[in-house]
Design a protein around this ligand. Structure first.
Ligand code: DSN
Length: 421
């Protein structure tokens, strides 16, 4: 975005934004929950819609002046319903965590039993992990993954669900490299009378593009952020069957939130239109092809991938064999222009703030138009960078940084094309 006004008023912030733009343009961004939004989404996010209060829902607001806000929110809702084949959509959650909290409010009372995937196994904080409000206000039961396979064991999930009879059963998470068996979870939820919530924050774009099965026929509620593979602004959505719509809407507003962020709502609407358009299916499938290519090359170089590979956009790499902790590797790779995050691996003997693994993914590089040959090159750089980090050798890191800059020049990032000119 042009930074003329902000440069005049607040040059300090303008410089920092410009630096961040350059960082996003020059580096290879592999954090699997990040992406590049289009210029159209950026424009909506930076629009005057940020000036407007709109507590309520289209046609039922607590403030006047909604002549243009109501149709914007209605468009976002209708586009979400069509794209994900759901009865109802609420596009107001500020992001994924508030969306998930609204689900608790809709279906549970404090102290109720809920069940989700353990954080160290790949689940999300808000699925009942102990440091989150969701693990403090509810009696949380966690399922994990099998040590031998790194995958969810539905027999374990079923046994735990039968024992504890949770009100809510979460599936999905933040570090799951494999396809989520929504039908399998739905069968368990039905057997124990739980509400099944599919958190598809990471894979929403893959679901929309047909590169991951949809939970629409299986889950009572679908929760998602809008800014990961879906390539929208920072935001959240809840989708559900018609029967749950009143409870979900009431939980989001007035239960949990105040006025919706209308600039975000408009940007979500734009992103949903883009996701329904030509090219998004190919984008979603290319994300998966790229992750597989990256994973295959890392496997060939001797890396341990949790679950042995990937079905989606992300890879979880256990660096124990390489003799370098995840944080040290992630820091060195960042200096080399390859941005990923350190992450626990299942059964990690190390602490979450200094774990054994790294997590990486392909949504952002795929948005730049990179394909399998670039993934092989990136895997080579990752390998060289990790080996250099293990022996505290800064030389290769500097070399890789130069090569990364050369490669990224040929793949302009959406929203930042002008920096490539
Ligand atoms: N922070 C998100 C992620 O990176 O997966 C989850 O909230």
């Amino acid at each position: 975005m042009p930074l003329d006004a902000i440069s005049r008023i607040d040059p300090e912030i303008a410089h920092l934004i410009a630096d961040e733009e350059r960082r996003q343009a020059e580096k290879i961004r592999l954090i699997p929950s990040e992406n590049y939004v289009s210029s159209a989404v950026l424009e909506a996010t930076g629009s005057v819609l940020t000036n407007k209060y709109s507590e309520g829902y289209p046609g039922k607001r607590y403030y006047e002046g909604q002549q243009f806000i109501d149709p914007i929110e209605t468009l976002a809702i209708e586009r979400a319903k069509a794209l994900f084949s759901v009865d109802h959509a609420n596009v107001q959650p500020y992001s994924g965590s508030p969306a998930n909290l609204a689900v608790y409010l809709a279906f549970c009372k404090p102290g109720d039993t809920i069940m989700g995937m353990a954080l160290p196994a790949g689940g999300h904080l808000t699925h009942g992990w102990n440091v989150s409000i969701t693990g403090k206000f509810f009696k949380s039961v966690a399922y994990g993954v099998r040590k031998e396979t790194g995958r969810v064991d539905l027999d374990e999930v079923r046994a735990l669900a039968l024992e504890h009879r949770p009100k809510l059963l979460w599936c999905g998470g933040t570090a799951i490299p494999r396809t989520i068996d929504f039908a399998g979870f739905a069968a368990i939820a039905k057997e124990v009378g739980a509400v099944l919530v599919a958190d598809i924050a990471h894979i929403a774009g893959l679901v929309a593009g047909g590169a991951h099965p949809s939970p629409a026929a299986h889950a009572d509620v679908i929760s998602t952020t809008t800014h990961k593979t879906l390539r929208g602004p920072r935001g959240g959505m809840l989708m559900c069957r018609a029967a749950h719509a009143p409870a979900i809407d009431k939980a989001v507003f007035p239960g949990l939130q105040g006025g919706p962020h209308n600039h975000t709502t408009a940007a979500i609407a734009v992103a949903l239109k883009e996701a329904a358009g030509d090219g998004f299916k190919a984008y979603a499938h290319q994300i998966v092809k790229n992750a597989r290519a990256l994973g295959d090359e890392l496997l060939a170089r001797g890396y341990d991938l949790v679950s042995g590979g990937t079905d989606n956009h992300l890879l979880l790499v256990d660096l124990t064999k390489q003799g370098v902790p995840g944080k040290k590797a992630a820091r060195a790779l960042d200096r080399a222009g390859l941005v990923l995050n350190y992450n626990t691996v299942p059964f990690d003997p190390r602490k979450p703030f200094d774990p054994s693994g790294v997590r990486l993914g392909t949504p952002a590089v795929t948005s730049r138009g990179m394909k399998e040959p670039e993934m092989k090159q990136i895997a080579r750089w990752l390998d060289e960078g990790i080996r250099a980090a293990a022996r505290d050798d800064e030389g290769p890191i500097e070399t890789i940084l130069g090569e990364v800059r050369e490669l990224t020049k040929g793949f302009p990032a959406p929203g930042l094309e002008r920096l490539a000119r």
